[in-house]
Design a protein around this ligand. Sequence first.
Ligand code: GLC
Length: 662
Amino acid sequence: MIQKYIYGNPFETEAVTVSLPASAGQPGYGTIDLTDGFCFAYTMTDTDVVYGLGEASRGINKRGYIYVSHCNDTPEHTEDLRSMYGAHNFLVVDGTQTFGLFIDYPGDLTFDIGYTRLDALEISCAGSDLALYVIEGENPYDIVKQFRKIIGRSYIPPKFAFGYSQSRWGYKTKEDFRKVAAGYRENHIPIDMIYMDIDYMQDYKDFTLDEENFSDFPAFVQEMKEQNLRLIPIIDAGVKVEKGYSIYEEGVENRYFCQREDGSDFTAAVWPGDTHFPDVLNPKAREWFGGHYKFLTDQGIEGFWNDMNEPAIFYSTEGKEEAEEIMRRFLSKEEGLSLLDVQEALAKLANNPKDYAAFYHQVNGERIRHDKVNNLFGYNMTRAAGEAFERFAPNTRFLLFSRSSYIGMHRYGGIWTGDNKSWWSHLLLNLKMLPSLNMCGFLYTGADLGGFGADTTRDLLLRWLALGVFTPLMRNHAAWGTREQECYQFGDTADFAHVIGVRYRLVPYLYSEYMKAALSDDLYFKPLSFVYPKDAFARQVEDQLILGDEIMIAPVYTQNAAGRYVYLPEEMKLVKFLPDGSLYEEILPAGHHYVEIALNEVALFIRQGKCIPVAKPAEYVDAIDTTNLTLLGYTGTSYELYEDDGVHKDYENPENRRILTC
Ligand code: GLC
């Protein structure tokens, strides 16, 4: 049962797609205080577990820390991080009382989950215009499923998006891309996509191509397609301020950019230098911005990643002037000003809250200050693209994911979890975030495998890929200036070909489970406790996940480890994909086990009474033979396979489902 409570006059975020009547009175859980903004307070008992919050630091159980929904460009994903790129205001308290909450509020919102006081859950914000949804159900899993029903179907990518992909900030020329293609194809490491980071553009201008390096782009897109590779370009939020650049001119002329209070276009520097932000909250501007993706789809492009859409600000014109003034005063030796003051002024330039309160959106005739709706920008930029694809090609799926997001965006695209580092702790963080993201509707997700910032190592990349085998988005991405991270950069490539090869053997199963989860508003990744609610130990497991209905995954996330401890809530069949192409299978009883998993092996656990389909090896998704699948698992069982053409949207066709028996 879902109850909706309205406070004040909430901004219509369109996160929820079902219209529910507002309830009168107080929610049945906690207390609400409206004296100073909004505050929901609830007293937790010792054993209460709190799930949710989507993209956030720390564990599957969010208890014991403080999180702030504030979409922000935050490349340092340390344990003390409170805000990331997404704002996912949904959680479930499971314990003495079990209930879910969704706070539909587009400004900053704080979740103090036993941080200030161990037993106190407090959700608060400065504003008091919001919608609160309170969800009751049999258990957390049931509550999540009810929530998912009211926020609409999760985004469904084309099937090729389940392939492996390579990215790097720094590929600049066709030759760079050809080298990557050859590095993979010659070494028989399966791959489907290569990502184009900002250098493909002319001076980082959206919807342009570097004229010198990418002349005759359609022919190049075709050349890559002939090698069964798709190019996936980035689109950034900021539009370069440059006279004569058509996107800039159109935006200025039609007043499609976010404006300052005095009506002038707000200017912030990002990669291209000075930019204006398209006012994607304004339906007209959104349609205009989305329409420009056609520049690339017309040239054969079938997917995009949307970036810098918190929106990230390196510095605003006003911020820069203030910093320059301090520098001038310092240089003229003003008394009392030290170099530290200059340093402080410079440090405050990026993503400064003052700047986010200095520009406005036009929404249905009303002007709204950006900071009050900050968390909706990335959502609506991605929606701009999603809605445009619906217009250009209503029956075709495009690959689309974003860095910034809010619940509601999950209908238009997926997300990647931003600028992580080549750290073992980030491999584990990647794993922990997955079920929380799924709870908030984001099914098509993944992290930068191998780590974005810092230098990776061969073993970290292999272990991370062995987790990536199971994440819908499987992309290796690295930052400019870091050690080269493509799988052929580490000597012997056979181990990489094998680990990624396992992904391709599993694509029929992973795709089928993804589609089933998306089509029935279910989870692709679940915490163990959702499947084994009565198992007190399963409730505490933070480093294993249930994938779909059939398997459990338990990746190795420590360096120099020969394997790891795994907890089995029930008997399961351990399957290891060995580098020689053979399988190791062993039935393990319920309980704790040390399982050896070598660097070049991929392990999974099949739940009792279940089986999964496995394909023959293939080097790209279209080459996977789904007519010839082997079943792995318990004999005498069956599996319902979902399969469609992976391109169109004929999801409900009964022919998409067939039963396979083991
Ligand atoms: C941001 C993105 C990263 C990208 C870089 C350059 O940091 O998060 O993925 O490579 O910008 O475009």
